[in-house]
Write a protein that binds this ligand. Structure first.
Ligand code: ATP
Ligand code: MG
Length: 566
């Protein structure tokens, strides 16, 4: 049994910003609760579904990714640059074909512009990319030769997977909602397209047109003049396959979407890991704490709240676990101490009550007056003892909360002790006990609860005086040593039994001569210890003996020492 739960004034007042309390049950993760590890093992992704925190982590992570990809797709930056690149390529190709024709033309004289003539042969030799058409017109606009590249392979669509196909369809329908409908295009007839650019090309410049085919695909048509010595002899027109640009754009988009799907999977995976390392331990902590709120009181009795030990985690959750464990341990200590206190109180009250009951019972049968008077005296004594006990207990039980509430102040310890000894010295003098004081001249200024510390010294001095007889002496002296001050109360009384030197500080321990029995509750020293320790000090008892005396020899008296920080 220890004294009341210890409250340190100094500790309590300096906990702001302090490190988390590391309780004695700090253990490594290997030693962590096996039951906890088992539940952790069983828990899978399903548990995350129930965790709002995990859901939030996953959704927020995915949202960021989706916004990024949607932004990239919507802004479509690659489409414009692709169109420009492709257009330039086409113009160069058309000019190149025109140059080739020009190089083959005879320097002067008639040029064979018959439909089945030289141009048809030359055109037939050009290797064209799939779907591309070439049309050669003479200066009158008559078609001299045409050629078309191999059939446009459907290979480009083969790459799309089920997911990207779905995402592409989704993208197309969304982008259609967001962009202006451009309407269906014209059907791609190379000859008529060549004619539309004919006039411009005939004027000597290369004409370009970006059109939209019947099925909605974009295509280029480029017309370049075939010149000889500044005279335009004809026009060569190059028409791209319909939808070629769109296929390229789709290809780019497809790659982005593939990356997106990959990033999505990685993000989901990482989110799950992150969520499980945050949400799961928090839910463990919460679940453990929730047992304490169980309405079923029987279950609560069965076991104590056991907060999972996550001390091994070097993060906030580890800190939280340590802090909550420390808090729970402190609360249980407190509860235990209160229970013990209640048990001690009940035990202490039982003695005078039993004596009272037997006195009352005897009173009924007592015949003689002197017997009755004697019993009434006993009853009176027991009632007074109970009264004193109850008020002492009530003071002691409130001590904790009051020590915290009271304000520390600085005061001169020497002055407090001088005043106390003046007053108590008189009482001791009446009993024939001399109270000797020995205090340094300079003041000893300390910070603390003056009234409470005075209570400690009053108890020590009255105890000492109560154990002294006529002719004995009590000496109170004090010295300041570095950062500590010692207050010593010694007497020439009977001393303290060796085995009781520590027990005297326990609650309700009272060992007094026959005459004094029952007048003291045995709370004085336990309260004193509590007050001194709340000030960050120490208190102990010893017997006074000559330097080399045997420990079993009769002591010369008792000595109580209080050490306080200055
Ligand atoms: N100066 C002393 N000399 C010998 N024994 C002492 C001395 N001071 C205390 N004790 C022992 O310690 C016990 C506990 O002291 P404490 O002050 O706690 O209780 P109490 O004095 O008996 O009761 P209360 O202080 O509640 O009136 C005493 O009963 C006594 O046995
Ligand atoms: Mg006392």
């Amino acid at each position: 049994m220890t004294a009341m739960p210890q409250i340190g004034l100094r500790e309590q007042r300096s906990t702001k910003g302090a490190e988390v309390l590391v309780s004695e049950d700090w253990v490594s993760p290997e030693a962590a609760d096996p039951a906890l590890r088992e539940t952790r093992g069983k828990r899978g992704v399903m548990a995350l579904k129930r965790s709002p925190l995990a859901r939030k982590i996953i959704i927020f992570n995915l949202l960021a990714l989706v916004v990024l990809v949607a932004g990239v797709l919507f802004l479509n930056p690659f489409r414009d640059s692709l169109v420009v690149q492709r257009e330039q390529g086409f113009v160069t190709e058309a000019q190149l074909i025109a140059d080739v024709f020009e190089a083959r033309l005879p320097d002067e004289g008639m040029v064979d512009m018959a439909p089945e003539g030289a141009f048809a042969r030359w055109v037939g030799n050009i290797s064209l990319s799939p779907g591309t058409s070439v049309v050669v017109l003479d200066s009158t606009g008559r078609v001299v030769a045409t050629a078309t590249g191999p059939a446009d392979g459907a290979a480009r669509d083969d790459q799309s997977t089920l997911i990207t196909g779905f995402l592409n369809a989704l993208w197309d329908s969304t982008s259609r909602l967001l962009t202006e409908p451009e309407g269906r295009g014209v059907s791609v007839d190379p000859e008529s397209l060549a004619r539309t650019l004919f006039a411009q090309a005939l004027a000597g410049e290369t004409a370009v047109n970006l059109g939209k085919g019947a099925s909605g695909g974009a295509f280029f048509s480029v017309a370049s003049p075939i010149e000889r010595a500044g005279e335009v002899l004809g026009v060569v027109a190059l028409i791209s396959a319909e939808g070629e640009i769109d296929a390229l754009v789709r290809n780019e988009r497809e790659q982005i979407l593939q990356m997106f799907v990959l990033a999505l999977l990685v993000s989901i995976g990482l989110s799950l890991v992150l969520a499980s390392t945050i949400a799961n331990p928090l839910s463990d902590l919460a679940a453990a704490a929730e047992i304490g709120q169980d309405g079923d009181a029987r279950k609560m009795q069965a076991g104590r709240i056991r907060i999972p030990d996550l001390a091994g985690r070097p993060d906030e959750i580890g800190r939280l676990s340590v802090a909550v464990r420390g808090m729970v341990a402190a609360l249980y200590d407190r509860i235990d101490a209160n229970e013990q206190f209640a048990a001690d109180v009940a035990h202490e009250i039982k003695n005078p009550l039993a004596s009272l009951r037997s006195a009352v019972a005897s009173l009924h049968v007592a015949k003689r007056d002197d017997q009755r008077t004697r019993l009434l005296e006993v009853i009176d004594h027991d009632v007074r003892r109970l009264d004193r006990l109850v008020s002492d207990i009530s003071n002691a039980s409130r001590l904790d909360s009051e020590l915290v509430k009271e304000q520390e102040e600085t005061f001169n310890l020497t002055k407090t002790l001088t005043n106390l000894c003046d007053y108590l010295g008189q009482q001791a003098g009446e009993k024939g006990v001399e109270l000797i004081t020995d205090f340094p001249v300079e003041p000893i200024v300390i910070s603390g609860l003056e009234a409470r510390l005075a209570q400690v010294f009053v108890n020590l001095i009255t105890n000492a005086v109560s154990f002294c007889e006529d002719g004995d002496a009590v000496r109170v002296w004090t010295r300041k040593r570095d950062d500590r001050v010692l207050v010593v109360v010694e007497d020439t009384g009977p001393g303290i039994p060796e085995q009781a030197l520590e027990k005297v500080f326990k609650r309700f321990y009272s060992e007094r001569p026959q005459g004094q029995f029952g007048n003291n509750s045995g709370l004085g020293l336990s309260i004193s210890k509590q007050i001194v320790e709340a000030h960050g000090g120490v208190i102990w008892a010893e017997n006074i003996r000559p330097t080399h005396a045997d420990a079993t020899s009769d002591p010369l008296g008792a000595r109580f020492i209080v050490g306080l920080p200055v």
